[in-house]
Design a protein around this ligand. Sequence first.
Ligand code: SF4
Length: 576
Amino acid sequence: MKIIRIDVKKKSIFHDLITKDSKYFLLGARGLTSQIISDEVNPLSDPLGPKNKLVIANGILAGSPFANSARSSVGAKSPLTNGIKEANVGGRPAMMLARHGIRAIVFKNTSDNIHILLINDNKTELIEADEYKGLGNYELHSKLYKRYGDTVGIYSIGPAGEHMMKSATVAANDLEGYPSRHAARGGLGAVLGSKGIKAIVIIPTKESKAPMHDLKKFRETSTPFAKNLAKAKDTFSTFGTSMGMKAMSNFGGIPTKNFSMGSFNDIDKISGEALHELVLKRGGKKRLACSPTCVIKCSNLIVDEQGNHITSSLEYETMCLNGTNLMINDLDSLAYIDHFCDDTGIDTIEYGGTCGVAMDCGKIDWGDAQKVIQILDTEIRNNTEAGKLYGNGVKHIGDQLKAKRIPEIKGQGISAYDPRVMKAMGVTYATTPMGADHTSGAAIVGRIPRQGREYGEYTDIEHKLDLSFELQVYTTVMDTMGCCYFIGPSYENMSILAKVINAMYDLQLTKDDVINIGISVLKTEIEFNKKAGITQDDNDVPEFFKTETSQPKDLKFTFTKDDLKNFWNRLDNYVF
Ligand code: SF4
């Protein structure tokens, strides 16, 4: 496997081989992006300047048939958090890179010119791309299919990335060909924009160069694992993440009206069940895989009344932050908000949080979906002053409007779970090196990291520090493998991963070795953040979560400052 290194200013391209004795050999995806950023980027550097790097990396299981293993991570110093950041994404390109024998792509320096990076069997080249300047992801991808064929894999940025807005995403095309999958969090699209890279286009290769030592042995573990997983997740496959809408409202933990309440009166209008019916009625699609090897297939495709594609996939977090949080109660509006976020290349979570603060300050009326769409399609697309106000995240707009209630941690907007109610999720938000990112350790109701261990009731603080910690370690392992965390960040799955890694790379890793990969990656990230000025003292939630109760549960965030400050001490002596 190799790393491709591109200096966008000098337009030079080098290939580095990853050999068995390389420190990068057992690092992929998040593990590799974080290690390269830690090794090569000054933590005090400007995230949008020439000294930051942007890394796109596959997991170490990419290219294998292991279930849900074809995700890629995008990493850099984040313009939103000013710390280390990784966001991962499904879609076509990860598997295609792995088949080319590419573990990672590293961009350095900055460029005012726009380029495409084209990856073909025998050549990797930068191509001038002025003709694509300013295009939304949808138009860009359709032009790239015309030029390079409709089987290519694509990473790209929309106008928000070109304008270096701090909520900008890196898009990847899905298996249907839509630019619907996004490495969304942390403003990494702005970093790619600073490098002048509009898109990375990967031409399929016929022969895979991905490693595989013993496929038969690999399948002895991976095939039954995949079958059991598909069976266990059958209901989730039907309804997707949106099945969380009604459940979370009933639990009292769904952010509503800029995190002032935890349940929504009109939840039945925008529930997973309502979405399911709409898809069936109009002839949309359910049970779609967003990337190769996925056996869960939780994605959907939403069409209008004439059967025309609006968006794919409409997910829980998008529906919550832009629905309940903004008091918007119709599914079509949410589908169009998702479409315009994908097209302009804006993180739906950060954008919904941003509009929530604006509504709380009286800048937009509650429930005004047309205004929310107009800001995306006109202001952000054209980089107007209003676009800059709304395209740079929750903290930025909160500071500009002198808002009292700003739902952000370490510069990043809080995701779709109220930390006063979902206590362990609140711990994850406060402590992860990634800013308020639920995917770092998604302690939703019912997620058990180790069978037989007691984690307590979701609204209590009892056992929740340990619950969040275990999930964060196992999720870091999943992220380093390139696996979707819906396969289960759990103690039990660490053994499964050890077996398939051993079969793939001819190794003898134990479950503990695999857990130690996660611990080591987290230590690297925490250390980078410390040097960047983000310390354990910064582990906290906004004050209003401690002083205002969330209704109807009547709960506050009650962990102490010391609980959060000492959280990562567990990394040195935890009994898993
Ligand atoms: S389970 Fe869902 S998010 Fe995960 S890889 Fe499959 S389709 Fe994508």
